[in-house]
Design a binder for this molecule. Structure first.
Ligand SMILES: [Zn+2]
Length: 118
């Protein structure tokens, strides 16, 4: 179990499991959404995520029938345990053709020019 929260502290989360995948994304949407040059996220089981406090701006995805998707992408920066972030190293990098030239690839991470199956 690991905990996290947003900058203002109104949204708190608890992750009760390990990520299924960990990766960096260099796509333009992630740049805009994060205000950074790439994002670091985890694919997790939605059932492992507990959201406490206010409803987040970007919530869990829903299926057409209104039930939550089985997996959710959790932005790594919301987690507070630096040891967890060190252990859950990116296994893949996505949209690498958009990576800035001065950002080196993560050693051992798969390099993908597009999205991979979640
Ligand atoms: Zn992206």
């Amino acid at each position: 179990m690991t905990a996290g929260g947003c900058f203002c502290g109104k949204v708190r989360i608890q992750l009760n499991g390990q990520p299924l995948k960990a990766g960096l994304c260099h796509c333009l949407d992630c740049r805009k959404l994060t205000g950074s040059i790439y994002s670091f996220g985890f694919v997790i089981k939605t059932a492992d995520l507990e959201v406490l406090g206010s409803t987040p701006l970007f919530g869990q995805g829903m299926k057409a029938d209104g039930t939550p998707e089985e997996t959710t992408v959790l932005r790594a920066g919301i987690l507070e345990d630096s040891q967890v972030l060190t252990e859950w190293k990116p296994q893949a990098e996505l949209y690498t053709d958009r990576r800035l030239e001065w950002v080196p690839p993560i050693e051992g991470a798969a390099q993908c020019s597009a999205m991979i199956p979640l």
